[in-house]
Design a protein around this ligand. Structure first.
Ligand code: TXA
Ligand code: MG
Length: 343
């Protein structure tokens, strides 16, 4: 298939892409988190193309993207008052809420669940595209399943050129990791199923009681029930095995330096980059947003390098750090080692 590339999201591009979506084709577009692979949420056949194209497991449900709050009624049955408070505060933005699903929404969107995840993205191209299509748009991250989510045009082209109708370039994504996914528990209580740009502190600051699902920072055991099917699937892994090295940063650098060989690369905070002969930047140690912007790009980069082992420095857990740590742990298949045990 010939994939159209729109370098500018002008009116003509948006109306062509809106038409493609209405016709049941897939269009890749930028959001503030990562690029999405969009399809008309109301067309089951179009949605099934997403699963085929990405090779996505059929049990992993999709997020419905809307351009205006009122569109929520096309996908969700209702929204509790406390969740309306969150959408008023954080939409448009990197917040996805799991809600009761409208019965006539195609089953495939929710992978058979009776809920639907909904998000209103904060990106002018995403908003304009959804408006041009005139329907809610389901959009997983625009990577092939298992690969790091795309945060720029080149990543989308790498995975999707020749497989979908069109790609719209929107430059770099400003956040770089996917949205926060919340499960409402009633009475201003929520459970974070996936951490992202709307952080625990931001929710607590407005009086919400926040629980973080154990699967955010721990491997799911075989047979264990999970709140979000996405937690079960292998994610973001570069080809070479990645290990997180824990400890005081100076000691971490020293022990990695002693053990690394010609094909070892390091995912290092900027402050320590020049300590290593082979390292890729992981943003600044004190700025988790710079880490989230750097992570997926770095993981893709390792696959292009002559690399058979990766060591990563350990991000903090607070604020945006929780989202960074969650993605890095998955990329590392939860391999984490104390600096003193590194041999
Ligand atoms: O930032 C984002 O959310 C990006 C951009 C494109 O908007 N999209 C994205 O979609 O990350 P995806 O499909 O890669 O991740 C959706 C996550 C998965 O972990 C999935 O299991 C979970 O949301 N999810 C979707 N529907 C759900 C539901 N009804 N209940 C629980 N979890 C759900
Ligand atoms: Mg994804």
């Amino acid at each position: 298939m010939n994939t159209l590339l729109f370098k500018n999201a002008d009116n003509d591009a948006l109306s062509q892409c809106g038409e493609l979506l209405r016709q049941g084709e897939l269009v890749c577009f930028p959001t503030e988190t990562v690029y999405g692979l969009g399809a008309n949420a109301l067309n089951a056949e179009a949605v099934s193309k997403i699963f085929k194209t990405k090779n996505r497991p059929a049990d992993n449900p999709l997020i419905a993207h809307i351009s205006d709050f009122d569109m929520i009624h096309q996908v969700a049955l209702s929204i509790p008052d406390d969740m309306k408070e969150l959408t008023d505060r954080f939409w448009p933005g990197p917040l996805t809420i799991v809600l009761p699903r409208k019965k006539d929404l195609p089953d495939i969107v929710s992978a058979g669940l009776d809920t639907v995840a909904v998000r209103c993205p904060d990106h002018p191209i995403a908003t304009a595209l959804i408006r041009a299509a005139g329907v809610p748009i389901v959009a997983p991250s625009a990577n092939l399943s298992g690969r790091p989510s795309p945060t720029c045009l080149a990543h989308c082209q790498e995975d999707l050129t020749g497989k979908i109708a069109a790609i719209i370039d929107g430059g770099e994504c400003s956040i770089g990791v996917e949205s926060t996914v919340l499960l409402p528990l009633g009475d201003r209580k929520v459970k974070i199923l996936r951490p992202g740009g709307i952080t625990v502190d931001m929710l607590q600051d407005i009086g919400f009681d926040v629980e973080v699902d154990p699967a955010v920072l721990n491997p799911v055991k075989e047979g264990q029930k999970v709140s979000s099917p996405g937690m079960l699937h292998r994610h973001y892994a570069p080809k070479a095995p990645l290990t997180i090295v824990r400890g005081e940063f100076e000691q971490v650098c020293d022990t990695i330096l002693k053990t690394m060989d010609e094909e070892t690369w390091v995912l290092a905070f900027e402050e320590y980059l020049d300590r290593f002969p082979r390292a890729v930047s992981f943003g600044s140690k004190s700025d988790p947003l710079s880490q989230s912007q750097a992570l997926f790009r770095a993981l893709r980069e390792f696959d292009r390098l002559p690399c058979n082992k990766i060591y990563a420095m350990e991000p903090a857990e607070d604020g945006m750090g929780l989202a960074v740590r969650n993605r890095l742990l998955r990329a590392a298949s939860f391999q984490i080692i104390d600096a003193e045990d590194l041999k």
